[in-house]
Design a protein around this ligand. Structure first.
Ligand code: IPM
Ligand code: MN
Length: 365
């Protein structure tokens, strides 16, 4: 159960430790890619001596169109009982913008207090980035995106709608406690990596929020003993393309992190490979792991979806659950499959699954 996730490393009287994971496949390619991720988790579990008690949950655009439900309270209460949630994608061409994004994805982030969105961007051998040719060691960064505040918090509104005086506002909320806990997570992550943390913001224009972020970054970096640098978000975009070795751990607000992580994905093989973890580091509820790509309705059902982003997200999930050795194996399996280079990479989802399970020692058995 949720609060015990951190104790999941315990083996009690020879019984395998068990993680309760809710599979929320969602829409479009979500079910296809998470089926592969799930098979990889099961293969890793068998090798590393833990068990997964899979639950499943039908939510998303299809479900909404059938039932009118986005995220009922009792479903949310059920979800709270898992140790982690593996989510495919939600989105449907017939559902108006915002219904699922605000009502499901953001509501999960807010209600479960998933205040970190962890988005690694790592260039792997065999992958051609969209721009330039970077050395592998130069592009291995992690974006720590604040995930419950900023422009996503929902503050703002519309008045005089439909008249020429219509006024729409979106306010960015930045709380001292919310910003501090995000930067603290990032600084501790940086301490375990290179010791380098970069704050990305726009302090020269967003002077109110920028001042709060900058002051807190200085204080927290000093407390945690990491070296702090700063980049305006526009310059950070340029440097991520031109000179990504400047960055190791980037900490930034919700919208900047959303945008920068798509850029990071483009530089490291595309959205199909990009993982994310929506984390509740305090373990007061389950964290949610999902590939950065969406439901991709144009390729759903064609067998062409790349499950690597979902598998890498499942790797982040295993690491969060304390299964570090299994997490590393999933990550290495993806790297090994990619290492063959573009001409030898799996043609579709099924080929990916076979190649990954071969790596994980489960193929054909
Ligand atoms: C993402 C997505 C979401 C976001 C949308 C679908 C709400 O773009 O996870 O990056 O903006 O956070
Ligand atoms: Mn996004």
């Amino acid at each position: 159960m949720a609060g015990e996730a951190s104790a999941s490393g315990d083996v009690t009287e020879g019984k395998p430790r068990t993680h309760v994971i809710t599979h929320l496949p969602g829409d479009g390619v979500g079910p296809e890619v998470t089926a592969v991720a799930r098979a990889c988790v099961d293969a890793a579990a068998a090798r590393h001596g833990f068990a997964v008690d899979w639950r499943s949950c039908a939510l998303g655009g299809e479900h909404y169109l059938k039932t009118g439900e986005v995220l009922p309270d009792q479903v949310l209460d059920e979800l709270r009982k898992s140790d982690a949630i593996l989510l495919g994608a939600v989105g449907h061409p017939d559902v108006p913008p915002g219904v699922l994004e605000r009502g499901l994805l953001l509501r999960l982030r807010f209600e479960l207090d998933l205040y970190i969105n962890l988005r690694p961007s790592k260039l792997r051998a065999g992958v051609g980035g969209a721009v330039g040719a970077h050395r592998l060691e130069d592009l291995d960064l992690v974006i720590v995106r604040e995930n419950t505040e900023g422009l996503y918090a929902g503050a703002g509104g519309t008045v005089h709608r439909g008249t020429e005086f219509e006024t729409a506002t979106e306010e960015s909320l930045n709380t001292w406690a919310g910003v501090r806990r995000c930067i603290r997570y990032a600084a501790r992550l940086a301490a375990r990596r290179s010791g380098r943390l970069t704050l990305v913001h726009k302090t020269n224009v967003l002077t109110h929020a920028g001042d709060l972020w900058y002051r807190l970054a200085r204080t927290v970096a000093a407390e945690e003993g990491v070296e702090l640098s700063y980049a305006h978000v526009d310059a950070a975009c340029l440097w991520m393309v031109d000179d990504p070795k400047r960055f190791d751990v980037i900490v930034t607000d919700n919208l900047f992190g959303d945008i920068l992580s798509d850029l990071g994905a483009a530089l490291t093989g595309g959205l199909g490979l990009a993982p994310s973890g929506n984390l509740n580091p305090d373990l007061t509820g389950p964290s949610v792991f999902e590939p950065v790509h969406g439901s991709a309705p144009d390729i759903a059902g064609t067998g062409r979806a790349n499950p690597a982003g979902a598998v890498l997200s499942a790797g982040l999930m295993l690491s969060h659950l304390g299964e570090d050795a299994a997490a590393v194996e999933l990550d290495s399996a993806v790297s090994a499959v990619l290492a063959g280079g573009p001409s030898r990479q799996p043609a579709g989802t099924a080929e990916w699954e076979k190649a990954l399970l071969d790596q994980l020692g489960g193929g054909g058995s």
